[in-house]
Design a protein around this ligand. Structure first.
Ligand SMILES: [Fe+2]
Ligand SMILES: [Fe+2]
Length: 215
């Protein structure tokens, strides 16, 4: 694999994913892999968009009465429940704390994003519960389940688009390159499960191979 063994912190790459999300988003995500905290957060966002795209395909088939791989759907939802709280939001907390100190005018937006993290976590817990009912063959309306997934996806995409175009952009404007690099290093040191986070991505077989190899 082309990227295996490459020190991803030292790499500089911009990848544009146009229309990665098809019917819901049709959005463009730009990712730079350089190892500072904004790059790491953006790499996660790109991964999430891809994951949601795959989940949407499975859920679409399920809604139309198809027989998608339900265990795979369950694994994706488990990942969505675990990874953001354990790995992604702690990185954003580090960045947002630094941003609050440097740009007090960002405080309201930051508070909004943090509230959204809580709200999405609640939504995902409900989704995970519905998914485990489906896996246990408890009757769950396919339309209801589909609506839950789509509501979550729409909210998640809206949230990360706001971050990409708002706070992450602002972070690049008001924090200097050394600050952002230091915060990237801090994320690795302070997030107690950071190694586990990278392993989770590496072993998430439902992510594109290239995605896992970059971590
Ligand atoms: Fe966020
Ligand atoms: Fe985020």
């Amino acid at each position: 694999m082309a990227n295996s063994g490459v020190d991803w912190q030292a790499r500089s790459e911009v990848v544009r994913l146009k229309g990665a999300f098809g019917p819901i988003g049709g959005m463009t995500v730009e990712r730079e892999i350089m190892g500072d905290i904004v790059d790491r957060i953006r790499a996660d966002h790109t991964m999430m968009v891809r994951l949601l795209g795959r989940l949407e395909t499975l859920v679409g088939s399920f809604t139309q009465g198809g027989e998608p791989d339900l265990h795979l759907m369950g694994e994706m939802i488990d990942f969505l429940v675990t990874y953001p709280d354990m790995c992604h939001h702690p990185m954003e907390d580090l960045l947002y704390d630094a941003l609050e100190r440097k740009a007090p005018q960002a405080a309201a937006s930051i508070a909004d994003m943090r509230r959204e993290h809580e709200a999405m976590a609640g939504q995902l817990r409900n989704l995970a519960q519905a998914m485990s009912s489906i896996l246990m063959e408890v009757e769950v309306s396919r339309e209801t389940f589909s609506a839950m997934v789509r509501n979550f996806m729409a909210r998640q995409l809206h949230h990360l688009t706001n971050e990409e175009t708002g706070l992450l952009k602002m972070a690049r404007d008001v924090l200097d390159a050394e600050d952002l690099q230091r915060l990237g290093d801090e994320a690795r040191e302070k997030i107690s499960n950071f190694g586990e986070c990278r392993q989770m991505v590496r072993h998430a077989h439902f992510l594109p191979e290239a995605e896992a190899a970059e971590r």
